[in-house]
Design a protein around this ligand. Structure first.
Ligand code: AMP
Length: 190
């Protein structure tokens, strides 16, 4: 029995979702689907979508569901060959989660594992501040970091309860060094 290959990677900003998702892409060949990365590409390209999204992202707010759902729907259609995917940063609201089920059903697929990276709040704040210095992300200023964490607890964490009715989440401690977390993640997906 191999690894589960249709994944939702879940966790607060700074929990290491992006890093772990990139490892799953590079080492397991999963398609890495990150709305945050896609939106930042739109911003860099100066597209209308990028400009619209900036207004939300710069404040630490979520981009409206219909915009995100359209973007992910198109992206998933390109993934129809079934190599597997890791969703990193989607779904972030209950309406997004309910759309995901329908999108995958149309493709004859379903998510087969939900993994949560658990990291204490103080560690998250520290990591996000460090990333701010390193990557100059517009949304890593102290006030915006606070807002993104608030949005996570208010709007995103409840998604776990919703998804959990069908697929109980697997929890992984996201505090240790990257390779240690990755080893635990693989174990959780076996
Ligand atoms: P991330 O790189 O995943 O932390 O996302 C950066 C920002 O992009 C978030 O703070 C939101 O403004 C926006 N974003 C990313 N994913 C979503 C999503 N699923 N729903 C709404 N907004 C999103």
């Amino acid at each position: 029995m191999g690894l589960h290959r249709r994944l939702v990677l879940f966790g607060p900003p700074g929990s290491g979702k992006g890093t772990q998702a990139e490892l799953l892409r590079d080492r397991e060949g999963l398609d890495h689907i990150s709305p945050g990365d896609m939106l930042r590409q739109h911003q860099a390209a100066g597209s209308e979508l990028g400009r619209m999204a900036s207004a939300y992202m710069d404040r630490g707010e979520l981009v409206p569901d219909d915009v995100i759902v359209d973007m992910i729907k198109q992206r998933l259609q390109g993934e129809a060959d079934g190599i597997g995917f890791v969703l990193d940063g989607f779904p972030r609201t209950v309406p997004q989660a309910s759309s995901l089920g329908g999108m995958l059903e149309q493709l004859g697929q379903a998510v087969d594992a939900v993994v949560v990276l658990d990291v204490p709040e103080q560690v998250l704040t520290l990591r996000l501040a460090r990333r701010a210095a390193r990557e100059h992300r517009h949304d890593d200023s102290p006030e915006v970091i606070k807002q993104r964490l608030r949005v996570y607890w208010d709007q995103t964490e409840p998604v776990l309860g919703y998804l959990g009715e069908r697929l109980p989440a697997r929890h992984v401690d996201g505090s240790p060094p990257v390779e240690e977390v990755y080893a635990q993640l693989l174990e959780a997906l076996a």
